[in-house]
Design a protein around this ligand. Sequence first.
Ligand code: ZN
Length: 296
Amino acid sequence: MGRPVTHKNEDVDRKDRMKPIINHLVQLQELIEARAQQEASLENAQLSQLNEAIQTLTKGLPETISLQFARLQKKGFVGIVPIANGVCTGCGMAIPVSLAHAVRAAEQIYACPNCARLLYSPATALPRRTAAPARRFTEQKVGISRFSSPTLMIPNSAAKTRDELLEEICTKLDAEGFVDDGKKLYVESLRREAIVSTAVDHGLAFPHVRGVEGGGLTLALATSKKGIKFGSPDKKLTRLVFFVVIPTAASAFYLTLLSGLTATFRNKAHSEKILEAETPQQMWKLLSSATRTTIR
Ligand SMILES: [Zn+2]
């Protein structure tokens, strides 16, 4: 079994004692990814706000962990990754059963024996009530239909503000059975926007909530012909809003989905076309055909 990165301290040794630090690390990872995604388009003020948040979080970590995290960042690695189906999602190596148990117990923080990334068990992070099992996109599906559905298309929303729109999307995800607590999802999405806006240029925004349990990576798409102030770096109105629910085990797929969507909808022809959709079915058809080559 792997050696723990943290040192054992008999006084505080108990199950789950590392949970707060694991959540801390996952949040830090999120900020670093946000910075990487938006660095080019962010204004100085936003960038320094983001850098400050990253620094504060890093300082709050135990030294052994922040050192290991910094080493991984230097190599260009994601610092902390979930174990999914018994495998390290960073490098794909199967994790010994005893180590997987220890990671789940969260008394200590462990690193992958192969790639040295810090490990956590998805159930450890952001615990959340799970009522009805969320729907899954499974067998035989290809392209965007693995992540979304016609019922999650909101053509030309009447929402006037960012918050109204986010609430509408979260309510939809709940009503259609894709998440079990739409209100909580909405609150979490606002918390994410408060760190730094998920709006990018070309009228696109990618609000998201991480650490949601149950179900798969899920995308809802809302459009606004009039446009909404979403805090875009180019100060332009946002017209296409891609909302993604990210279960911990699917973090890696999220980046693939995000890059596919960005590649497709930076192309004005695609985004103009999808804005013309009047029904969810039309919108779904356009989304499916536009992403045929970029999301497989
Ligand atoms: Zn690994």
